[in-house]
Ligand binder design. Structure first.
Ligand code: FPP
Length: 250
């Protein structure tokens, strides 16, 4: 990825949205492989172009005033892919972090990560921790990378933490509520996503944020992730504003 000069996004560009943006947008960035196959290119080229799409969407979300953007970058199931692809994905993550840091700093964006991060390759983990530390005092949008993440693994880890509290005597089983689970989730610092965007047309959650998506509005587009741009994001937000959210009420 070519490091570009940091872009200052204040004041925000006029994207034609006069309504407040969703507070929290989550994205399943799917279709990098198909995008590459359609062009006779190696899969890794699809991921490289996917990283460029992530850069553009991050900057647009920040400019629009979104508070939190969570993206599914690598699932606990993605280790099943060929070793070269896994290695290329973590290499790309390191490149992305290095090239994005100036833009994150210039735009007050705080980087966070969720998932079983301790299982990442050491150099990727170190680059991730360093970028998280460099942006830790930023107070604007949070960009949350879900890496070695799955919703079931997150629930497993949260339930294990709750079990420890019970074993230590700090929580009685009869007092256990959803809030006890919630405060042990990786995502405890953020509100649940308002809008989930999935690219490449697949109609499934793929083990992403299973607890948090309970009342999230879903938006699926047939476009592959590398083709998803600012206009597509704006269209997804316009569609979100046409929804009537009732959260189980009337
Ligand atoms: C799904 O496409 C995408 C992934 C498994 C990885 C997502 C990674 C990126 C967008 C690269 C940039 C990210 C960072 C954080 C640097 P797929 O490979 O499953 O596509 P397919 O279903 O068409 O094969």
């Amino acid at each position: 990825m070519t490091p570009e000069s940091p872009q200052l996004l204040n004041p925000p560009p006029d994207l034609g949205i006069n309504l407040p943006p969703p507070r929290h947008i989550a994205i399943i960035m799917d279709g990098n492989g198909r995008w590459a196959a359609q062009r006779g290119l190696p899969r890794v080229t699809g991921h490289e172009n996917g990283a460029q799409a992530l850069r553009a969407v991050t900057e647009t979300c920040c400019a629009l005033g979104v508070q939190c953007l969570t993206v599914y970058a690598f699932s606990t199931e993605n280790w099943k892919r060929p070793a070269e692809e896994v290695s290329a994905l973590f290499g790309l993550l390191e490149l992305f972090l290095a090239s994005e840091l100036p833009t994150l700093l210039a735009n007050n964006i705080r980087l966070r990560a969720i998932g079983r991060l301790h299982e990442l390759p050491p150099s990727a983990l170190s680059a991730l921790e360093s970028t998280i530390a460099h942006t830790a005092t930023n107070t604007g949008m949070s960009l949350v990378l879900a890496i070695n993440y799955s919703g079931r693994a997150e629930l497993e880890d949260a339930v294990r933490s709750v079990c420890k509290e019970v074993a230590q005597g700090t929580l009685r089983p009869e007092d256990f509520t959803q809030e006890d689970l919630q405060r042990n989730l990786y995502t405890r610092d953020w509100p649940d996503p308002d809008l989930l965007i999935r690219t490449s047309g697949e109609m499934r959650l793929s083990n992403f944020l299973l607890w948090q998506l309970s009342y999230t509005e879903l938006y699926v587009t047939p476009k592959c992730w590398p083709d998803f741009g600012k206009e597509d994001l704006v269209e997804a937000i316009r569609d979100f504003h046409r929804r009537k959210r009732r959260f189980g009420g009337i």
